[in-house]
Design a binder for this molecule. Structure first.
Ligand SMILES: [Zn+2]
Ligand SMILES: [Zn+2]
Length: 222
């Protein structure tokens, strides 16, 4: 079966090119990447923790202040990545690179799809933008940002996410994703995104007002 033709419902989490569930049940930090500084919460931090490649900061000062809190998670992430086979570690790194690169365009796209201005003010509280990707058969280059292509996307009620995920990844991964999603902040202006492929998933919340700074969402102050 050609991966580029797959629909989300036909993805097989056990296909040989997918990391096994045991591999990916552990690097949980891959699942939750925030788009703001882990210390001061300012958007678009420029620096990343070199040790784990996950936590992002404005600068060395923010990183230093956050270290007592980040230390344990940073170590866990490094251990988890070391425990992966080289092949699966490469896939996880590639998946992370891809989904990070496309994060903001995906959020913009989600916002257009939602037509938020016409929705009830609490519309975003109980739903998530879910986008399912497949690996490209013939990417134009080896760069991670070209590694996948879109299978399907749309808004989904949070209560429907476990069922949707069960059709495309293994049960331990479903549990992990649901747990991570539950830990994320909720709010009328936070777009939750869940994007992934096979058993590599990432979820993040972005304040839509930071993406569309000139749009009046329900008269809310920026
Ligand atoms: Zn900061
Ligand atoms: Zn770190």
């Amino acid at each position: 079966m050609s991966e580029s033709e797959l629909s989300p419902t036909s993805w097989n989490a056990n296909a040989s090119d997918q990391p096994t569930s045991t591999d990916l049940a552990r690097p949980v930090f891959q699942l939750t990447r925030r788009s703001d500084c882990y210390q001061c919460k300012k958007p678009r931090p420029a620096k990343m923790c070199a040790a784990c490649g996950v936590a992002c900061y404005c600068d060395a000062k923010c990183q230093r202040l956050h270290w007592p809190e980040h230390k344990e998670g940073c170590r866990r992430q490094r251990d988890d990545m070391k425990s992966l086979s080289p092949e699966n570690a490469r896939k996880v790194a590639e998946g992370s690179g891809f989904f990070d690169f496309w994060r903001e365009p995906l959020v913009r796209w989600a916002a257009y799809c939602i037509n938020l201005g016409a929705r009830e003010p609490d519309f975003l509280i109980n739903c998530t933008f879910m986008a399912v990707f497949g690996r490209r058969e013939d990417p134009p280059s080896e760069a991670a940002k070209f590694a996948y292509e879109l299978g399907s996307s749309g808004m989904i009620l949070d209560s429907d996410i476990p069922q949707a995920l069960l059709e495309i990844c293994t049960t331990d991964m479903v549990d992990l994703v649901v747990k991570r999603l539950a830990e994320m902040p909720r709010g009328p202006f936070l777009i939750h995104s869940l994007v992934g492929s096979g058993n590599i998933w990432t979820c993040y919340a972005i304040d839509i007002r930071t993406v569309f700074s000139d749009y009046d969402f329900h008269g809310a102050e920026l």
